[in-house]
Design a protein around this ligand. Structure first.
Ligand SMILES: Cc1cc2nc3c(=O)[nH]c(=O)nc-3n(C[C@H](O)[C@H](O)[C@H](O)COP(=O)(O)OP(=O)(O)OC[C@H]3O[C@@H](n4cnc5c(N)ncnc54)[C@H](O)[C@@H]3O)c2cc1C
Length: 386
C-alpha cells in the first residue's frame, strides 16, 4: 500500500492546479454571475491541455491514464468551481464512459474522439418526473423497428439539458418489468422530435444547465443503441465510476473552501490578533481537514482498486456518501469562519456550500447510497417495494 502520488501524478496535479488557479478563477465568477455554461472555446483549451478524457483510451483520443489521474485533475478544477470542472467530469467519468464500455465500435468512433477534442458534450438523461430514486419505474420507451429506434417520453433534471450535443437516455426497450426492460440509447440534440423545457433555476450548480427533455417519436439509427433491454446492471457499473466523480466534485468544494479559509484566518484580525490564534478556530480547521482527508482517501481507494476499470459499488458508494456529507459540513464551517464575508456573494464560499448540497442529491441521494452500501455488506439487494 502506497499513499504517495507518483512523480508523474504529482506533475499532472501541479499542471492542473496551476491552470485552474491562473486561468479559471475569473471565468468561474463570470459563469456564476451569468449562469451561462463554460464556452466551447474553453472546452477546446481543456482538450489541448489534455484535460478531457484523461482516463479514456488513446485509441479514442484520451490520454489513456487511470481513474486516479482523472480524479486528481478533476479535484483541482472543482476547487475553483463545479461549473468549470464539469466538462472534465463529463468526459472522464460521465455517461460517455458507458458508450466506451458498452456501445458498438461505430458509435464509439463517432462520439468519443469528439468528446476528448472538446467538440461534443454528452449528458445523461435517467430521471423522470415520476422516477427519481425509483429509477426503474422510468417510462420513456424505445422501440426497435428494423434499423431504427423510435423514442417517446420525457426526462427531468438533466445536467447539460439543452446545452449538450448528445444524451445517454435510459429507456424501456422491452416490456420486461423493472430493470429487466431497461437499456440506453444515444439521442442527439438536433434530431427531429427532441425538445427541451425551460432552464431550471437551482439552488446552486449555476453554469451547469439543467432542463427537461421531451422525445416525440424521435427516430435514431440502431447504431445508437448503447445497451439493450436487460443492460441496466451494466449502466449501473459505469455509474460506479460516475459516483467517484460526483464524490470528487463534492471533495473539491470542501478542499477549495479549506484552502481559502486557511489564508483568511491567518489574515483577518479580531481582538488585535489573527483569527487562527483562537483555539476554537484551530479545532474547527483540524476537524475540516480530517474530513477532507478522509474523503480523499476513500475516493482514491475506489479509483486505485479499479485500476483502469470500473470501481466496486461498495467503494464508490462509500466514497460518494462520505464526501457528500462532509462537503456540506466543511463548506458550511468555512462560511461560518469567514463571518459576514463568508455569507457574501463576493467570495466563493456560499457558492461552494450551495453546490455541495447538489452533489448529495445528484447521482443518487445520500440515503440511497447508504442502502447500496448495506446491500453490498450483506451481499444481496433490498427490495424497496416490499
Ligand atoms: C444538481 C442535480 C443534478 C442532477 N443531474 C441529473 C442528471 O444529469 N441526469 C439525471 O438523470 N438526473 C439528474 N438529477 C436527478 C437526481 O438523480 C435525482 O434528483 C435523485 O436521484 C433523487 O430523485 P428525486 O429528486 O426524484 O427524489 P425522490 O426519489 O423523490 O427522493 C426524495 C427523498 O426521499 C428519499 N428516498 C426515496 N426513496 C427512498 C428509499 N427507498 N429509502 C430511503 N430514502 C428514500 C431520497 O433519499 C430523498 O431524500 C440531478 C439532480 C440534481 C439535484
Amino acid at each position: 500500500m502506497d499513499f504517495q502520488l507518483s512523480q508523474s501524478q504529482q506533475e499532472l496535479q501541479d499542471a492542473a492546479r496551476r491552470f485552474a488557479k491562473e486561468q479559471m478563477l475569473d471565468v468561474a465568477c463570470d459563469v456564476e454571475e451569468t449562469g451561462v455554461a463554460l464556452s466551447r472555446d474553453w472546452l477546446k483549451r481543456y482538450a489541448e491541455m489534455g484535460f478531457l478524457g484523461i482516463n479514456v483510451g488513446q485509441e479514442y483520443g484520451g490520454l489513456g491514464l487511470g481513474n486516479l489521474e482523472a480524479l486528481i485533475v478533476l479535484e483541482e478544477f472543482a476547487k475553483i468551481s463545479s461549473a468549470v470542472a464539469f466538462p472534465i467530469f463529463e468526459s472522464s467519468v460521465g455517461p460517455v464512459r458507458a458508450i466506451e464500455y458498452f456501445a458498438n465500435d461505430t458509435l464509439k468512433q463517432r462520439v468519443i474522439p469528439k468528446v476528448c477534442a472538446g467538440e461534443m458534450i454528452i449528458a445523461v438523461a435517467m430521471s423522470e418526473p415520476q422516477a427519481g430514486t425509483a429509477l426503474t419505474d422510468l417510462k420513456t420507451r424505445a422501440e426497435i423497428r428494423g434499423d431504427k429506434i423510435i423514442i417517446n417520453g420525457n426526462k427531468r433534471w438533466c445536467s447539460g439539458g439543452g446545452h449538450s450535443d448528445g444524451y445517454v437516455v435510459y429507456c424501456k426497450l422491452s416490456d420486461a418489468p423493472g430493470a429487466k426492460g431497461i437499456g440506453a440509447v444515444l439521442v442527439e440534440k438536433d434530431m427531429p422530435g427532441v425538445s427541451f423545457g425551460a432552464q431550471e433555476s437551482l439552488m446552486g450548480f449555476r453554469g451547469i444547465p439543467s432542463a427537461d427533455i421531451f422525445f416525440d417519436n424521435v427516430e435514431v439509427p440502431l447504431d445508437n443503441l448503447i445497451v439493450p433491454a436487460g443492460g441496466f446492471p451494466k449502466l449501473m457499473e459505469a455509474f460506479d465510476l460516475e459516483r467517484c466523480g460526483n464524490a470528487t466534485m463534492a471533495l473539491g468544494q470542501a478542499a477549495g473552501a479549506l484552502e481559502d479559509v486557511l489564508d483568511y484566518v491567518q489574515e483577518r484580525q479580531q481582538f488585535s490578533k489573527e483569527l487562527v490564534e483562537f483555539q476554537a478556530v484551530q479545532i474547527k480547521l483540524a476537524e475540516m481537514a480530517i474530513r477532507v482527508e478522509g474523503a480523499r482517501l476513500l475516493i482514491h481507494r475506489a479509483a486505485v482498486n479499479a485500476e483502469k476499470g470500473l470501481p466496486s459499488i461498495f467503494e464508490s458508494s462509500t466514497a460518494k456518501c462520505f464526501a457528500n456529507e462532509m462537503a456540506r459540513e466543511v463548506t458550511s464551517d468555512a462560511v461560518q469562519l469567514m463571518g459576514g464575508y463568508g455569507y457574501s456573494k463576493e467570495y466563493p464560499m456560499e457558492r461552494r456550500m450551495r453546490d455541495a448540497w447538489g452533489w448529495g442529491i445528484a447521482g443518487g441521494t445520500i440515503d440511497i447510497q447508504k442502502i447500496n452500501i448495506a446491500a453490498a455488506m450483506i451481499g444481496r439487494r433490498f427490495d424497496q417495494r416490499k
